[in-house]
Design a protein around this ligand. Sequence first.
Ligand SMILES: Nc1ncnc2c1ncn2[C@@H]1O[C@H](COP(=O)(O)OP(=O)(O)OP(=O)(O)O)[C@@H](O)[C@H]1O
Ligand SMILES: O=c1ccn([C@@H]2O[C@H](COP(=O)(O)O)[C@@H](O)[C@H]2O)c(=O)[nH]1
Ligand SMILES: [Mg+2]
Length: 213
Amino acid sequence: MASSSSTPRFSANDVTVIFFLGGPGSGKGTQSANLVRDYGFVHLSAGDLLRAEQVREGSQYGDMIKTYIREGKIVPMEVTVALLSNAMADSLATNPPPAGTKARFLIDGFPRKLDQAVFFEETVCVSELVLFLDCPEDVMESRLLKRGETSGRDDDNAESIRKRFRTFVETSMPVVDDFQKKGKVVAVKATGSVDEVYGLVKAGIEQRGVHPR
Ligand SMILES: Nc1ncnc2c1ncn2[C@@H]1O[C@H](COP(=O)(O)OP(=O)(O)OP(=O)(O)O)[C@@H](O)[C@H]1O
Ligand SMILES: O=c1ccn([C@@H]2O[C@H](COP(=O)(O)O)[C@@H](O)[C@H]2O)c(=O)[nH]1
Ligand SMILES: [Mg+2]
């Protein structure tokens, strides 16, 4: 579980956390694979962790998570933050960073709500940067409908996509705006090809001192 004290579980002196935000279908998962390969990030997708918890035998949250995801709603933050915090601890225990380097975590699709951002930074770790993929809804919608032909995701259908877009605009964009005011956001236009977007991502993070590893 996340610590209940006001000291974060992980120090930003030992661990680098980059939040990776962007609308549904903007390409976070796709670009994360590139960043893991070239920059030594550990990729933690909040959505993937929730989907795994949903189907975990004995989980008390399975039904609740299923409903929230289909409706495009934000699962109560205690559940998601505990999953992320424990995944970070597991990763550090099983796959510690090379001596003399900080572990790098790319936290994909989180925080999606202002209170999650505050709670995570107070109890788990303060973030270094927020990488934001900026993509119009018509592009995201066509990507998601295409992905839905094979993804098996409960929320890759027209009705869920509409709800996810609404949640993103109303609840998640304020998180990006808040981090923007703090000077932490690297925003990248995400309408080009996968390679074009990756070129912009690399340039953006390297300008902020994050280099290949
Ligand atoms: N730049 C791109 N051009 C065209 N298709 C893309 C691009 N980036 C990703 N895709 C495709 O769009 C779909 C959505 O991408 P991805 O899963 O990476 O998005 P996401 O931001 O993680 O979405 P979600 O928030 O729903 O998890 C995938 O099928 C992926 O292959
Ligand atoms: O912090 C989070 C992240 C995700 N969710 C729920 O999961 C789905 C799917 O997330 P993806 O990032 O698209 O995989 C999202 O729509 C939310 O319902 C969440 O509740 N909290
Ligand atoms: Mg994704």
